[in-house]
Design a binder for this molecule. Sequence first.
Ligand SMILES: Nc1ncnc2c1ncn2[C@@H]1O[C@H](COP(=O)(O)OP(=O)(O)OP(=O)(O)O)[C@@H](O)[C@H]1O
Length: 367
Amino acid sequence: MLQKNWQALRCTMLDVSHLSRHYGDSVALDDISLHLDTGRVLAVLGPSGCGKSTLLKLVSGLEDPDSGEIRINGRLIAKRGFSLPPEKRPINMVFQDYALWPHMKVRNIVGYGLTSLSRSERKRRVDELLSLLHLDGYADRLPAELSGGQQQRVAIARALATDPEVLLFDEPLSNLDVQLRMEMRHELADLFERLRKTVLYVTHDPLEACAFADELLVLRHGKLEQVGPVRSLFADPASPWVAGLAGYDSRLTAHLHSAIGNGLWRLTVGNQTLVCRLAECAQAVPGAPVSLMLHSSSIKLCSKDEEQHPDVNYLSGTVRQCIFEGHQWRIRLDLGETLLSLVSNQRHERGSGLSVSFTQHSALAFH
Ligand SMILES: Nc1ncnc2c1ncn2[C@@H]1O[C@H](COP(=O)(O)OP(=O)(O)OP(=O)(O)O)[C@@H](O)[C@H]1O
């Protein structure tokens, strides 16, 4: 019931329309639009140089747009020729390198923006935030006396202190080691769920993005590649490139054979036949080459004489390579004209034959 009321109250908090930014001849951001409802978390995902930080800089006011508009809660904060100064925007940002003042104690860093509060109110608010971020007992330390993870928590507490309408995170976990990054993913997921803040979160790690984001926006070369709910992006990537980002780790060369309805097509991979979903049906013609994207987690090893199910695909090939990945073996299976990547809990000899199966809906063909 509570959840339902919350959904009903939602309205657009951050509205970005047709935003562009160039640096000389290079296009950092090209015609980007996004709408983020109050209390939602949007992760901006993409490889290095795709324009993620530029988007945050434009929203925070560190840079000005060449064209387009940014509104927060309906209020215009930036367009070409007009830019509200960063300190006047109801936004706080958490940076990759923490950006803590080295000479200040944690208590003063977190309470820095709380100038309108009395001394005792300020102390109460700071203590509350330190407790929220599991930093009780660290108030009188300097940043140099904290671990990387603790420093990042201080930066998050400082960003939350003034209760901004929008929080921006610029790859906040990328300086932490793998173990700590995993822990912080859980902590942030918990924090976002409890606080219901509107968050724009930049990362290049899809797993980090889907740990707590409601929606994903994928950028490539400054352009919008795909935007939508996290699940749909993983289930229905808009291009082979997004599929690759979403973990589809095999890209098979296949050919369309014939449509069989409901978006399904019969395809050939070498001399083997299978049935898969076709991502863009508009100009699909029999015989056309397609890229068939598959996720190794959806591929199962099977025996050749196993009972076959009608909605499952079966392929056979020869082991080209088998390398150890710590908990499992990664196999590259030669299917004649193309290679399939899959995992197994045991080693398979190079040159040995293997059969695999996967459901018709787990593979996606693009042309
Ligand atoms: N001040 C600048 N002057 C010139 N070019 C810039 C400037 N800032 C960014 N760029 C260029 O704009 C493009 C986008 O940069 P941006 O920093 O937004 O990418 P990013 O996705 O955040 O990358 P990373 O993940 O490596 O931080 C890049 O090609 C970059 O070289």
